[in-house]
Design a protein around this ligand. Structure first.
Ligand code: ATP
Length: 885
């Protein structure tokens, strides 16, 4: 028998599960052990030895190894072994760097791994999808990506988009009825929901019948596209730059070699020097350092509660000039409490905070028992029936399971003594679920005596046009101008107080009456309105003002009432005096050009649907902005995708929103976006810092050799020294620059232009000018020390080598600031201090440790030499420190 043919009870028996309580944790653990985790097997991973091997595949490294081999055959054993050792260490370091980058990337993947809402041991809990087993009872709702094959047992307006499996892009409606046919195509299995498909509407409960490779998706898993990482724009730019640098370095090196040979240096010696120089000058480690810097930055972001899903977002974050943010939950706490209640005859104030169920009702300052006001109590009862939120007791307090808006109504109900007992007399027999487009929700409920009621709750301005009667204490009467005005003015005054308003309407149905979704939401009877407070998150006001200082405009986009939104925007100081509030309906009515003309003055978009969000993003983009857009619902995905930085919510967001976003806020908090932008700008700054350091060092290394050749001097540096500089001096400090703290003004400058090149804002000049000076001082040190004799050459080369190393190690502090070396405390970045100190120690080792002296062609230096070396090597940094160029 096929899963879709089973009746629910035989299904439960077959799967050995109690549908009301779910599997026990023990059963689940056993099944997990037996059948394995619920994951689709991934494509081939790169093996570690392949990764290691790749480090030595670089063309120039191969040439160097060949050259070394030749020198070994010619009897230069020490040089050959030293060079081999350096190449090996370099390769191993590169290997670890790449491994680290890869590991942190896969850790990120784990962090954003999907979870399922699953019934275990009579309790609904969030379980990692990978731990689902056959027999688990799972709840799915709008926006979820289904994580195992499910046989549906309960559905409420459930629609699923199955294009990943069937190619059909229109969502299909699901039900829980067994099918009788023997063979039914996937697309027609209306009581099944499959791994990898998307819930676009409604909700439902299903029992897991297949996991991992044993699902419909698993069977076609071989067709799944591999999840290869796409390089970020910066990485791509660097790749292109790398090619230019390789050609330049090779040409210069060739030039050095040719001149050297023309001046009578032995060909073999010049060849080895040339190849070493080329290996040193080509910044082959740059892409790996960039990836490490990006992924370490990403880990710092995780500490600040932001998960980057796409590395490219790190770069784009620094360019953001507009943040379009949801209000509810992102700028506010999403902890709603009903404060005001309005019915045709009463206007009450409700006390109590949050989900604490103690609180009372007041009418003009007098406490009132709700049993005296049956209309108000009934309105709250309806609000509780058209509701999925539940209060669960945790320790001594209540916590909410469900939507906070509905939770607020549940809490208000408790204050009126409406509890689960009261509600248990009613059953929901039909539902039109809430979504942000419709801004309303309807249920048909039936009590034990067969009495039926249709209840609709939602945004008042959406419900009022569908309402034709009002409930007063005396009777149900037609809604007329007077009633309409009374309702509107109460809504308006609640909204002015920043309250979110929900209208509750109903209509009796006879149990023989046919109904359709359309007729249910027509000719309603108005029961009342509740106004609930949702306080702004306390850190948001400061975050908005910091964003403003950083040249970033914050725009509130909300489904809420315009006045409520405006009132909250004012509390947050988000909207300036001349700032405008626009409603979604106006967005629809304006042409693109008209919207573009106005958009810079708009700070709040209210009563929007997800479709408006797309139009808003595109308008900002046409005005040249780089837009970050938040979203949580299934319909927000297109806008999130279209924005430059799609942001989704870790707690309340749906899988669909998360999948289309590049940044996930673990705490759903607006302030976290600001923190991520701060970090994004810092990461980019740090990348600029080490690019500047590495390239300036390389320019210095090439120039000192070039100048020496032009002046007909002997080689100031031997190949193994050049390679040592490349390994030690260039390696560690560059990594430490990647971990540098941000400069004080990161959030005080305007956003970076996305079109900006790596060398813009004076970086190119800095690289060349510092490089030239480093080359010159090294050469000066060489000339100063060289006495023209062969014996004196080793001493002069040692001085030149030390000067080059020290000049770079001092220059690294200059790279920490785009302003001047004196603008920052050099001891702030302890990694850098550590890297510099260890580089100096390593230098001293190769200088003074006798067994290494013949290997590195070095000799002892005295204090006097050091005085000269330090004086010369400080020149490049001090000179530009004072000239501030
Ligand atoms: P955002 O999160 O975009 O800032 P929002 O959460 O206020 O906005 P929606 O969730 O789309 O936006 O809600 C829009 C309106 O729909 C609300 O102002 C409210 O009147 C109504 N509403 C919200 N939740 C429910 C619900 N569960 N049932 C019925 N109506 C609801």
């Amino acid at each position: 028998m096929k899963w879709y043919q089973y009746q629910t009870d035989s299904l439960a028996r077959k799967l050995a599960v109690n549908m009301k309580q779910g599997l026990t944790e023990q059963q689940a653990a056993e099944r997990l052990r037996k059948f394995g985790p619920n994951v689709l097997e991934e494509g081939q991973q790169v093996k570690w030895y392949m990764l290691l091997f790749r480090q030595f595949q670089d063309f120039m490294v191969l040439v160097l190894l060949a050259a070394t081999l030749v020198s070994g055959l010619l009897g230069e054993y020490i040089d050959a072994i030293a060079i081999m050792a350096i190449v090996l260490v370099n390769g191993i370091l590169g290997f670890f760097q790449e491994r680290k980058a890869e590991k942190s990337l896969s850790k990120l993947k784990e962090l954003s791994a999907p979870v399922a809402y699953c019934l275990r041991g009579n309790e609904w809990k969030k379980t990692p999808s990978s731990e689902l087993v056959v027999g688990d009872v799972v709840k799915v709702s709008s926006g979820d990506r289904i994580s195992a094959d499910l046989r549906l047992v309960e559905v409420r307006g459930l629609e699923v988009e199955e294009s990943a499996l069937t190619g059909e892009s229109l969502p299909v409606a699901k039900n829980n009825q067994p099918l009788s046919e023997e063979h039914v195509e996937l697309g027609d299995q209306s009581n099944m929901a499959f791994t990898g498909t998307l819930v676009t509407r409604g909700n439902g409960i299903g029992v897991v019948v297949g996991t991992g490779m044993d699902t419909a998706m698993g069977q076609i898993a071989s067709m799944l596209v591999s999840t290869e990482r796409i390089p970020t724009p910066l990485e791509r730019k660097l790749e292109e730059l790398g090619k230019i640098l390789i050609v330049t370095a090779l040409l210069l090196t060739l030039f050095v070699v040719v001149i050297g040979v023309l001046q009578g240096h032995p060909i073999y010696q010049m060849f080895l020097a040339g190849v070493s120089l080329a290996v040193a000058a080509i910044p082959e480690g740059l892409p790996a350092i960039v990836t490490v810097a990006l992924s370490l930055g990403v880990q710092r972001m995780i500490k600040k509660k932001a998960i980057v899903r796409k590395l490219s977002a790190v770069e784009t974050l620094g360019c953001a000039s507009v943040i379009c943010s949801d209000k509810t939950g992102t700028m506010t706490e999403n902890q709603m409490t009903v404060k005001h209640i309005f019915t045709m005859d009463d206007a009450l104030y409700v006390t109590g905070e949050g989900y604490d169920v103690s609180g009372s009702f007041f009418d003009n300052g007098n406490e009132i028992e709700l049993s005296q006001l049956p209309d108000v109590r009934n309105m709250l009862l309806y609000g509780n029936l058209c509701n999925h939120a539940k209060l669960v007791k945790k320790d001594d307090a209540f916590a909410l399971d469900g939507d906070p808006t509905e939770g607020a109504i549940v809490v208000a109900g408790r204050k009126a003594r409406i509890d689960e007992q009261t509600l248990s007399g009613w059953t929901i027999i039909h539902e039109i679920p809430f979504d942000s487009d419709r801004k309303r929700m309807t249920v048909v409920v039936e009590d034990n005596h067969g009495k039926r009621l249709s209840i609709t709750k939602g945004a008042p301005d959406v419900l009022l046009p569908r309402t034709s009667m009002v409930k007063t204490v005396a009777r149900v009467k037609p809604m007329q101008k007077k009633e309409e005005q009374a309702i509107s003015s109460s809504i308006s005054s609640m909204a002015d107080e920043a309250l979110r308003t929900i209208a509750i309407c109903y209509k009796p149905l006879s149990n023989t009456e046919d109904f359709t979704d359309y007729t249910l939401e027509k000719d309603l009877i108005f029961a009342g309105v509740v106004g609930m407070i949702d306080p702004p998150r306390k850190e948001v006001k400061a975050a908005i003002s910091e964003c403003r200082a950083a040249g970033i405009k914050t725009v509130m986009i909300t489904g809420d009432h315009a006045k409520t939104a405006e009132a909250i925007a004012k509390q947050l100081e988000l909207i300036p005096d001349k700032g405008l509030v626009m409603e979604g309906s106006q967005v629809s009515n304006l042409s693109d050009d008209q919207l573009d003309d106005l958009i810079d003055d708009i700070y709040v978009f209210a009563r929007v649907t997800p479709q408006h969000k797309l139009k808003i993003v595109q308008s900002f983009q046409r005005k040249g902005h780089v837009v970050a857009m938040t979203g949580d619902g299934v319909n927000d995905a297109p806008a999130i995708k279209a924005s430059d930085i799609g942001v989704s919510m870790g707690r309340s967001g749906t899988d669909v929103a998360k999948e289309s976003s590049s940044l996930i806020l673990l705490d759903d908090n607006f302030a976290t976006i600001k923190a991520a932008i701060h970090e994004g700008r810092n990461i980019y700054d740090n990348i600029r810092k080490f690019i500047r350091y590495l390239l300036a060092s390389n320019v210095g290394e090439i120039l000192v050799m070039l100048f020496a050749m032009l002046l007909a001097l002997p080689l100031p540096l031997v190949p193994v020294q050049i390679l040592w500089v490349n390994l030690v001096t260039d390696g560690l400090p560059a990594m430490a620059l990647g971990l540098d703290q941000s400069e004080g003004d990161v959030l005080k400058r305007a956003p970076r232009k996305p079109t900006e090149g790596i060398f813009s804002r004076g970086l190119g000049f800095k690289i060349i000018s510092r490089g030239i000076l480093i080359g010159i001082v090294t050469l000066m040190a060489f000339i100063w020390a060289y006495d023209g004799t062969t014996e004196g050459l080793v001493y002069a080369q040692t001085v030149a080598f030390s000067t080059l190393v020290m000049a770079q190690l001092i220059h690294v502090f200059d790279c920490r600031s785009e302003k001047s070396v004196f603008s920052r405390n050099p001891f702030q970045n302890l990694y850098l201090v550590g890297a510099v100190v260890s580089s100096v120690l390593l230098l001293l080792v190769v200088l003074y440790y006798e067994p290494l002296q013949p290997v590195f062609h070095t000799t002892d230096l005295v204090l006097y030499d050091w005085g000269m070396i330090l004086a010369l090597s400080a020149v490049p940094t001090l000179f530009f420190g004072f000239t501030k160029k």
